[in-house]
Design a protein around this ligand. Structure first.
Ligand SMILES: *Cc1c(COP(=O)(O)O)cnc(C)c1O
Length: 351
């Protein structure tokens, strides 16, 4: 077809499977196994369908922005809210990575980064993690068009200490550095306090993992007001009303219940520590995880074989047919009961 010459062609991101089958154990997309804070269900019951007649409020004027502002002790003008952090990150790529110089990110990382770079026509270079899956800050100090990395990194779960994050931000004052903190609440130290010091730092977080609300699609970025204004200018040039009325109301409830949030995160951390012991006992090796998943390789059984055998047992984990990581499984931390079922299945497969 002639018109196909003028199509924007992209190789899309491949999300983890979302099997619509009852009774499966889903440890493949890093969702939280626990329900959202109880206030979320109460607020949902109290929602009036009449309120959907109107367009939603602008996120920065809502209770959600106020709740985040109170939680993180920053102004509402330092917060940008989007439809999941995928929306926030894609907009941030579009907004900040326009120099024409390559954007830097790790070779083993969130596999959406190269997709956004491609779709937004942004050149990029990947920087190899070292043999322990650590990011080497020195690699990020050559001239670049921006830097982005998750901390903890995905899919490895490896946390970079804050002083090294700062080293990268401090040595890139002419470009925007995006720290994707999707998993920071599971044991890391956030780079958020550094936004006061560095006008080129954008910290991105999400409700999908630690706040148990992947289906509501809420993510946010924090930075100095100037960065947030630029993000808003692009967002309001693409789609003004992104977050829906329900998400804005329910998200605020999730943030307000700090005790529930802390409890959920510590349960995941406890189950993860137990999982490290159980997996090690069964012949797996893995880097120390600070996320809600473990990136594990078996000493003798190939990852692909375990992945497929688990699936036959209705247990879904993630495996990538990609150089460097094709002998690893990324296993999301579920409830204790789900993890017990995983260990039993592994005994049958690897034992
Ligand atoms: C899950 C994840 C996100 C995006 O999650 P949203 O559901 O879009 O908020 C972003 N970055 C990393 C590294 C993730 O793992």
């Amino acid at each position: 077809m002639k018109w196909e010459e003028n199509v924007r062609r992209v190789t899309p991101y491949t999300p983890g499977e979302q099997p619509q089958k009852e009774g499966i154990i889903k440890l493949n997309t890093n969702e939280n196994p626990y329900a959202p804070a109880p206030g979320v269900a109460r607020a949902l019951a109290g929602l009036d369908a009449e309120s959907f007649r109107l367009y939603p409020a602008f996120p920065e004027k809502t209770d959600l922005a106020k709740a985040l502002s109170a939680q993180y002790h920053i102004g509402t003008d330092q917060i940008f809210i989007g439809v999941g952090s995928d929306d926030v990150l894609s907009l941030a790529f579009m907004t900040f990575f326009q120099s024409g110089r390559p954007v830097f990110f790790p070779d083993v990382t969130y596999s959406f980064y190269d997709v956004w770079a491609d779709v937004h026509r942004i050149p990029y270079e990947t920087k190899a993690l070292d043999e322990n899956f650590q990011i080497c800050p020195g690699d990020y100090m050559q001239p670049n068009g921006g830097v982005v990395f998750p901390n903890p990194n995905a899919p490895t779960g490896v946390l970079m200490p804050l002083d090294r994050v700062e080293e990268i931000v401090r040595n890139n004052r002419e470009a925007v550095v995006i720290v994707d903190e999707a998993y920071i609440d599971f044991g890391g130290t956030s780079a958020l306090p550094l936004i006061e010091k560095y006008d080129n730092l954008l910290v991105v977080q999400t409700f999908s993992k630690s706040r148990c609300m992947a289906g509501m699609r809420i993510g946010y970025a924090m930075g100095q007001p100037r960065l947030i204004r630029y993000l808003n200018d692009v967002k309001y040039s693409v789609n003004s009303y992104t977050l829906n009325t329900a998400a804005l109301a329910l998200g605020a409830e999730a943030v307000r219940d700090e005790a529930y949030f802390q409890e959920c995160c510590s349960r995941i951390i406890k189950t993860r520590e137990r999982a490290e012991e159980e997996l090690a006992k069964r012949g797996f090796v893995f880097p120390k995880s600070c996320a809600n998943f473990i990136f594990a390789s078996h000493k003798s059984v190939p990852a692909r074989k375990i992945f497929e055998a688990l699936k036959e047992n209705d247990i879904y984990v993630r495996w990538w047919d990609k150089e460097r990581i094709n002998n690893y499984l990324r296993i999301t931390i579920g409830t204790d009961e789900q993890m017990e079922a995983l260990y039993r299945a592994l005994d049958g497969i690897c034992g």
